[in-house]
Design a protein around this ligand. Structure first.
Ligand code: DLZ
Length: 161
């Protein structure tokens, strides 16, 4: 086939500086996701010295904290991590929708890729499954997305098409 080209990011992140912004609510699960994200970054070439973890109270604050980090400091990519567990009131629905839209607008408005590593679950079992057991670790997945996007941005900036 001629005339087609495809540009995609590689999974090599050597020399990149990455910020992880993580909530403190449901800390046990969030910590497992932070650990998973850090180890994934290191596996793909990021130096531990180039990874900074910023803690905020909960998911509601993730987008604003991440915005501050990427606008005031110099990072090549960011990963937002949080755990929202449904309670008996509609609180969960309000927080989950503002969290998703906040992080999404952040990645549209800024030059740095920001990934969405927020799990929204109904109960503790689902949180266990998604923070390092049978449904994987969403921190690892979010780290991989940021790794790929940092490389894709580099290729786009270099004029690859
Ligand atoms: C208030 C609240 C509730 C009920 N549940 C969660 C949650 O499951 N996960 C989470 O990250 N944060 C939760 N929060 C806290 C809010 O995100 C926020 O930190 C507070 O409303 C203060 O702005």
């Amino acid at each position: 086939m001629s005339g087609n080209s495809e540009v995609s990011g590689s999974l090599v992140a050597t020399g990149k500086r990455v910020a992880i912004i993580a909530g403190r609510w449901n800390e046990f699960f969030c910590d497992a996701m932070v650990k998973g994200a850090v180890e994934e970054l290191v596996r793909h070439g990021v130096s531990r010295d180039d990874i900074s973890v910023f803690r905020c109270p909960g998911c509601f604050e993730l987008a604003s904290a991440a915005k501050r980090v990427i606008t005031r400091q110099s990072f090549d990519g960011a990963i937002c991590l949080g755990v929202l567990i449904r309670g008996a009131t509609p609180h969960f629905d309000y927080i989950s929708s503002v969290t998703a839209s906040g992080i999404s607008s952040l990645s549209l408005e800024h030059d740095v890729p920001v990934s969405f590593g927020v799990i929204t679950v109904d109960n503790l079992d689902q949180a266990i499954e998604r923070s390092g057991s049978k449904a994987g670790n969403k921190g690892v997945e979010a780290a991989l997305a940021t790794i790929e996007m940092m490389s894709l941005y580099d290729k786009i900036d270099a004029g690859e098409s």
